[in-house]
Write a protein that binds this ligand. Structure first.
Ligand SMILES: Cc1ncc(C[n+]2csc(CCOP(=O)(O)OP(=O)(O)O)c2C)c(N)n1
Ligand code: SF4
Ligand SMILES: [Mg+2]
Length: 300
């Protein structure tokens, strides 16, 4: 099932890694949502999480540490008909890439940012990441964490993201629904996923998640009217200040224009003739670039 979205690259995450759950839920969601492979671009950063771009059989870029969002923003801006999603680790998106994380919320470009939140820098052997709670000591740290944690949902809300959700890597059915909803949202979205790292984070385990999370019930994420905005945001802050972490869709804000609509408001030709469909002329002629030579040079 959903095998058509598996590439022929072997997923080499550690056995039991939460990334497998994310991978499975994503493939099922793409199938259920009827996403055309050719229309989806998956952009990832550097980290264990970033490898997912090789494993999903869609177009993708495995880019630089912290720079997946600007890559994705450029792709979406040059061709607004594409579906674009970003996958990155908590270190990638909220450490080195935090400036870009905030900038995307301000733009409301239609990009879903998937935060693989494992509380550590998994690929580089388990250092504390920006989402690790103050005072936590995982097995690769000499001392408990002395820094306050960043909350991706609250930071995303402050930055202006219009879709906010949190899932859990091992609840594939629930996570699949979050992916489907996030992919259909018209605006910048964050899907934070609690992703156990079985090798380095011995604190956020399946037992920890069972005891410290709950599923949102009777919660309406829709925001259609600016008058309700402050009340809705205050309620999300109250949820996030609770002792346990809520799982589900917090916000689906339909009050803001998308980045593409904003660009079109200052450039009327933009949506009809986006940059990806324009010819690049050099001295009135197409430049003589043989793209096949470039592709041959960099292909395996
Ligand atoms: C510019 C730059 N700085 C540092 C690194 C080293 N580095 C590689 S992955 C990584 C952190 C990975 O942590 P995270 O983003 O949380 O991803 P995870 O491995 O946990 O999925 C770091 C610091 C790098 N590759 N490039
Ligand atoms: S180090 Fe952690 S995050 Fe990386 S593959 Fe292994 S279990 Fe997964
Ligand atoms: Mg991480």
């Amino acid at each position: 099932m959903a095998m058509e979205f598996s590439s022929d690259v072997w997923p080499d995450w550690c056995p039991g890694c939460g990334n497998f759950g994310i991978f499975t839920a994503l493939k099922q969601a793409l199938k259920e949502a009827g996403v055309e492979k050719e229309k989806l671009i998956l952009v990832s950063g550097i980290g264990c999480s970033g490898k997912i771009a090789h494993f999903v059989n869609v177009s993708g870029v495995h880019t630089l540490h912290g720079r997946a969002i600007p890559f994705a923003t450029g792709i979406k801006a040059s061709n607004p008909t594409l579906h674009v999603m970003v996958h990155g680790g908590d270190g990638d998106l909220l450490g080195i890439g935090m400036g870009h994380f905030v900038a995307l919320g301000r733009r409301n470009a239609e990009i879903l940012v998937v935060v693989h939140n494992n509380g550590v820098y998994g690929l580089t052997k388990g250092q504390a990441s920006p989402t690790l709670a103050l005072g936590t000591k995982t097995k690769s740290q000499a001392f408990p964490n002395i820094n306050q944690a960043v909350n991706p949902i609250l930071l995303g809300m402050a930055a202006g993201y219009t879709f906010l959700a949190r899932g859990y890597a091992y609840n594939i059915e629930h996570l699949k629904r979050l992916f489907v909803e996030g992919l259909s949202h018209r605006g910048s979205g964050i899907l934070e996923i609690i992703q156990p790292c079985v090798t380095w984070n011995n604190i956020v385990t399946m037992d920890w998640v069972a005891q410290n999370t709950y599923y949102l019930k009777d919660w309406d994420p829709l925001l259609k009217d600016l008058v309700q905005a402050n009340e809705k945001k205050k309620r999300i802050m109250d949820l996030e200040n609770g002792e346990k972490k809520a799982l589900g869709v917090f916000l689906k804000d339909l009050t803001k224009k998308t980045h593409a609509e904003m660009v079109a408001s200052i450039n009327r030709a933009y949506l009809e003739h986006p940059p990806a469909e324009q010819n690049f002329l050099a001295n009135g002629e197409m430049p003589k670039l043989d793209i096949n030579r470039v592709l041959q040079k960099y292909s395996l």
